[in-house]
Design a protein around this ligand. Structure first.
Ligand code: C2E
Ligand code: CA
Ligand code: CA
Length: 523
């Protein structure tokens, strides 16, 4: 029944693991392509700017040279010789000459009888130069020229010169324009008027509109703007190139991630089913860790610890499957199994040794179930021995809902079953529950025992715990004792009992019985 939402969750997890790298790959490819095309547009715009400024530099230098030669009459042979010289050394300037009344009277091409009419002035620059665009001359009718006139002199350049560049792709739109009125001068391709507005007083604008990737720049030295616009079809093509390049990686990552997520999801989400199957197939058994009296080092008790061995040989640690069983709401099934296993094998342990105690661990859920009291009473009875030999361990986590826990624990104590507070100091319930309930034993968690005698900041905690236990008349059992020093220190501090690898790891019942028997015989 529970399987349906679980597999849907699994499916969703795998789906997002699959789609995430693909989406990221797609995003990366489109980002890279856009960045690349935008860089291309800017490069083309810069080249146009460079050519436009280069031509302007030459043309003003030429005009200035002519202006400086005041000793020559405007269209004298000497003046024309100078014009020819200037035109020859200026790679971008086609011709340079003298203008009056809007007519080119003479130039590096020679004297022009009535003068060539230059047509209306397009605009005047802030420094007073008159610029005419699209001027035609009789000997080159099919070409358009730009003529810049200042102080009676004029320089002629090919109108298309700034945009006469090789581009990649070939259909990049290029233009120079006059900012302010936003009038185009030299263009290649169709310029959208809105592109010219984008610069809006600034130095540069880079953007993508419905049809093109556009860069607009403004010259720092002349009243000139330039733009380059690359069609979106080219962007799409670049995106495809990047996608094809990235796709194998994205696919591989997606597959790996999906596999990983799938297997984790399967494992995590199938805990309940696995646990139930494990219980059905008797995959659980118990181990017993001896508890010794620190003074005499005699074994005076044991803690029962559950183990899960899967058919494939894999052991699953209780700190993994107990929380999973709690999450799945079936930890009481585990506790019932623990009771069944213990009562099936451990009768001998308590019955013949009336001071020996055996403790078992209860989970938080167990302390919220009334049936636990019956379960424990039955276990205690089936083990024989006297009351008080069976001890129940409860962790601080069980006191998240103290009222529930107190009820069950109260009932257990009324049955004569002692209670130990387990993993003391590691929970997060605060210590308030200690006032509401009396415990018989306090188990000092192994994390505190481990810091004994070290410089760890928590190394002092254990002293406080011991003081507290004494003041509340709780007997103490130290956990995780691994070294002789720890054992001695704890003994000196008045801790009566301890368990840990120093005295014995959790072991099968037969082994524990052997050790206890040996001890009994030596008496
Ligand atoms: P716990 O109740 O604190 O159990 C003590 C744990 O410390 C055991 O781990 C034990 O093997 C380990 N231990 C003992 N001496 C040493 C030592 O000297 N050094 C170190 N490093 N470790 C030591 P285990 O058996 O793996 O159990 C882990 C936890 O799983 C237990 O912690 C307990 O909370 C839970 N658990 C085990 N069995 C059961 C059970 O039957 N029922 C429930 N509800 N929980 C259980
Ligand atoms: Ca315990
Ligand atoms: Ca413990």
């Amino acid at each position: 029944m529970r399987n349906r939402p679980v597999s849907l969750l699994q499916f969703l997890a795998v789906l997002s693991a699959l789609s995430l790298p693909l989406l990221l790959g797609y995003k990366l490819a489109t980002d890279l392509a856009l960045e690349q095309v935008q860089r291309q547009a800017t490069q083309h715009a810069l080249e146009v700017l460079h050519r436009s400024e280069g031509a302007a530099d030459q043309l003003y230098a030429g005009i200035d040279m002519l202006g400086d030669s005041v000793s020559y009459a405007p269209c004298s042979d000497d003046a024309i010789m100078l014009m020819r010289h200037i035109a020859l050394v200026s790679s971008y300037v086609q011709a340079i000459g003298h203008v009056s009344d809007g007519r080119l009277r003479c130039s590096s091409w020679g004297r022009h009888a009535d003068g060539f009419p230059l047509g209306p002035v397009g605009f005047v620059t802030p420094t007073g130069s008159a610029v005419r665009s699209g001027v035609h001359f009789p000997f080159a009718e099919n070409r358009e020229f730009t003529v810049v006139e200042r102080a009676g002199f004029a320089a002629v350049v090919h109108k298309s010169h700034p945009v006469d560049v090789e581009t990649h792709p070939a259909n990049v739109v290029l233009a120079t324009f006059t900012p302010g009125p936003n009038r185009t001068r030299s263009t290649r391709g169709t310029v959208e008027p809105r592109w010219l507005e984008a610069i809006n007083g600034g130095d540069a604008a880079k953007f993508v509109d419905a049809t093109h990737v556009v860069t607009v720049l403004r010259s720092q030295r002349y009243q000139t703007g330039v733009l380059a616009a690359i069609p979106l079809t080219w962007l799409k093509q670049e995106e495809r190139t990047y996608l094809l390049r990235l796709l194998p990686f994205a696919l591989a990552t997606a597959l790996l991630l999906a596999l990983a997520v799938g297997s984790i999801a399967r494992q995590r989400l199938s805990w309940p089913a696995m646990l139930r199957r494990g219980l059905r197939n008797n995959e659980f058994h118990m181990l017993y860790q001896p508890v010794v009296e620190l003074g005499s080092r005699r074994i005076v008790g044991a803690e029962a610890l559950i183990r899960w061995k899967r058919p494939n040989g894999e052991s699953i640690r209780p700190d993994l499957f107990i929380p999973a069983a709690e999450d799945a709401g079936i930890v009481h099934l585990v506790t019932e199994r623990v009771c069944a296993l213990i009562s099936g094998e451990a009768r001998d342990l308590l019955a013949r040794r009336e001071n020996f105690h055996l403790s078992i661990n209860l989970a938080a859920d167990d302390l919220h179930r009334k049936r636990t009291t019956r379960l424990m009473r039955d276990l205690s009875e089936s083990l024989g021995g006297r009351k008080g030999q069976l001890v129940v361990e409860a962790t601080e986590r069980s006191f998240i809902r103290p009222e529930h826990a107190a009820e069950v624990l109260g009932a257990l104590r009324a049955e004569g079953i002692p209670i130990a507070i387990d993993d003391f100091g590691t929970g997060y319930s605060g210590l308030a529950y200690l006032e509401g309930f009396r415990f018989d034993f306090l188990k000092i968690d192994r994390s505190f025992v481990g810091t004994l005698g070290t410089a760890a900041p928590t190394s002092q905690v254990v002293y406080h715990i011991i003081e507290m236990a004494k003041s509340m008349q709780m007997a103490m059992i130290a956990e995780g004792v691994e070294t002789e020093e720890q054992a001695e220190l704890l003994g000196a501090l008045g801790v009566e009992k301890a368990q840990g690898w120093l005295f014995g790891k959790p072991m099968p019942l037969a082994e524990l019985l052997e050790r206890v028997d040996l001890q009994d015989r030596r008496r």
